[in-house]
Write a protein that binds this ligand. Sequence first.
Ligand code: UDP
Length: 376
Amino acid sequence: MKVLMNAGPWLPVPPRGYGGIENVVATLVPPLRELGVEVVLASVGTSALPVDELLSVYPDGQFGALQRPYNQVCGVAQAHLHGVVRALRERDDIDLVHDHVEAVGLATVAALGPDAPPALHTLHWDLAKHPDLYGGFDGGGRVRVNGVSASQLARAPEALRAHSVGHVHLATPLATGADRRPRPAKGGYLLILGRITPGKGQDLGARLAHQYGFDLILAGPVGPYRDPADLPSDADNPDARYFHEKVAPHVDGQRVRWIGTVHGQERDDLVAGAKAVLAPLRWEEPGGTFVVESLALGTPVVALARGCLPELVDDGHTGLLTDDEDELAELALAADKIDPADCMAEAARRFTPARMAMRYVELYSLIRDHVFMSIR
Ligand code: UDP
């Protein structure tokens, strides 16, 4: 089977540091190819993931354009998708499109008409974001969607759920052999890893760190700014405003530090060395890449029980969950009662790249056979 894997125009695959969807694609493709799936990757020119073929419109990632005003940014995803559509028109060897581009990817593959290959569109994000697109969606039997957690799909509009083939939990390369890795030595800090953005609740984590007396490291970009030294004080995008207004007042460089984006070994050591990864969520976390990564590195997750967290974290065994903001701080202080070995074992059991790839191969076959049957 030959699959066109559309990772979008925003970041290369694998990304350097931050990049949730691109990390998932980078994790999925190698075991898919081991299972005999040929992969044509639609991404940007700097993508270095080994694939059978790379298609790109943009030479490099366009992430910096996100959060610009709509009239400046709306053509970027479309230009990339236009390149994908042209490729699909010019060739007839693609058996299935696996699309990961928010909203416009779904609309574009659905618009392709009955002669186009069947498509699976993975919903990586908060489904409350596009009620009109999802509420009226019709994939015509050729386009199916999958979620990244059961809780995410449970909240989906009925029209979207009708086109769903279920959910596939995310995986990270780190979960391969997680339980055979040496147990990490723990430092004295908690960590929030991810975009600095209201949904991830860094302001709440930072306030609790001061109030209850624990050290907290914030790692991740603020909008397009990866390095604290690059963030202008008057940056005009919503995440930068959130950082300046709500988070920065708590960042004192000691109790609470923002270190910008980390990647590679530095990121892994930072995660493995944390007492716990903290998730003071203000949104219904859809897939929780950071959860899967933390467990693989032997770090428990202490979180507000929102979105997929209760599905991914075994409360009391691989992490600690609560619905209460103040109790979250108390749990953060008690995180060392969770055994890192239990986290690693659970990651090695539930969230491996091979398991994710096998599940996608099943879905690809299901979709292809279903479309084939409905044409006959
Ligand atoms: N990440 C990283 N370095 C950072 C912050 C994040 O490598 O400084 C990675 C993180 O490990 C995860 C991804 O970026 O793989 C973020 O994905 P997640 O789904 O948690 O966040 P979202 O896609 O919601 O922004």
